[in-house]
Design a protein around this ligand. Structure first.
Ligand code: DGL
Length: 289
């Protein structure tokens, strides 16, 4: 990558996820920061990432980050907890200094962890996330760094992202898995008063999640917290804000068939979506500096 010249002109904010989940973040980013341009990349062809190994998630995420940098982004949001848990640290510490130390890649776990301290009264929090995110312990570590008094209990929901990727949002099978996983989490700790949806795919299941969550338990989707955290970041970093173009546009890239992506994405975004199909594998070599 060191030998490849990245475009220096200002560009859109890159938003990356394994698939459709990052759209839940993108929607909130556009509500909060509508003036910016966005370039969304969903690696739908290889989703879900949740049960994949560290090496594979890191490799896929690097490919996506390289692609977005090469297509003009200076700032990328990993709108994916699994990638934030498994790849972000290496990308920030090992890759960025070699690629271009002025560019930034930000994750979603830290800003979500920051918000929970003000929400939970019992100081018992539950996390629902992919197997990769739960096994990484990232939420426990981030939350306890900030709020040592909070008890964090996690539960992995390996089926949920797959159901969302297939847009099976309300059928009987989905209902079964959502009820089962929420019951397991709640049975681990009866004092939980706040559940973090620690996977950006999960807000698409909100009607079922609400149905099966005991009354009085807060459900925390991440979008609004990521959006206000990014707003804050851009205010604190005017030099980065200047490198992000502001025409209010949004473009979509997918590694899947673009017609399939458009059909599902427009149902969620509530406006028509015209994506472009891309291949990420060719960027493998570019990453191998
Ligand atoms: N949406 C992603 C997350 O927040 C990944 C889901 C998956 O691909 O398994 O973790």
């Amino acid at each position: 990558m060191a030998s490849v010249k990245l475009p220096s002109a200002p560009g859109p904010i890159g938003v990356f996820d394994s698939g459709y989940g990052g759209l839940t973040i993108l929607k909130e980013l556009r509500n909060t920061l509508p003036e910016y341009d966005y370039l969304y990349l969903g690696d739908n062809a290889r989703a879900p990432y949740g049960t994949r190994s560290f090496e594979i998630i890191y490799q896929y995420t690097r490919e996506a980050v390289s692609y977005l940098f090469l297509h003009g982004c200076h700032l990328i949001i990993l709108a994916c907890n699994t990638a934030s848990a498994k790849a972000l640290r290496n990308i920030q510490q090992k890759d960025l200094p070699l690629l271009d130390s002025s560019r930034r890649v930000l994750g979603v776990i830290r800003p979500t962890a920051e918000c929970v301290g003000n929400i939970s009264k019992t100081r018992h929090i539950g996390i629902l996330a992919t197997t990769g995110t739960i096994n990484s312990n990232s939420y426990n570590l981030e939350i306890n760094k900030l709020y040592p008094d909070i008890h964090v209990e996690g539960h992995a929901c390996p089926m949920w992202a797959t159901l969302v990727e297939n847009f099976e949002l309300e059928n009987e099978g989905t209902n079964y898995f959502v009820r089962k996983d929420i019951n397991i989490l709640m049975s681990k700790d009866k004092n939980i008063d706040t559940i973090i949806l620690g996977c950006t795919h999960y807000p698409l299941l909100l009607p079922l999640i609400r149905k099966h969550t005991p009354q009085g338990v807060n459900i925390v989707p991440q979008g609004q917290y990521i959006a206000s955290s990014l707003k804050n970041y851009l205010l604190r970093h005017p030099e980065m804000a200047e490198k992000c173009t502001k025409n209010g546009s949004c473009n979509y890239l997918t590694t899947e068939n673009s017609l399939i992506f458009d059909r599902s994405a427009c149902r969620f975004m509530e406006h028509s979506v015209l994506s472009q199909h891309i291949e990420l594998t060719e960027y493998n070599t570019i990453c191998d500096y």
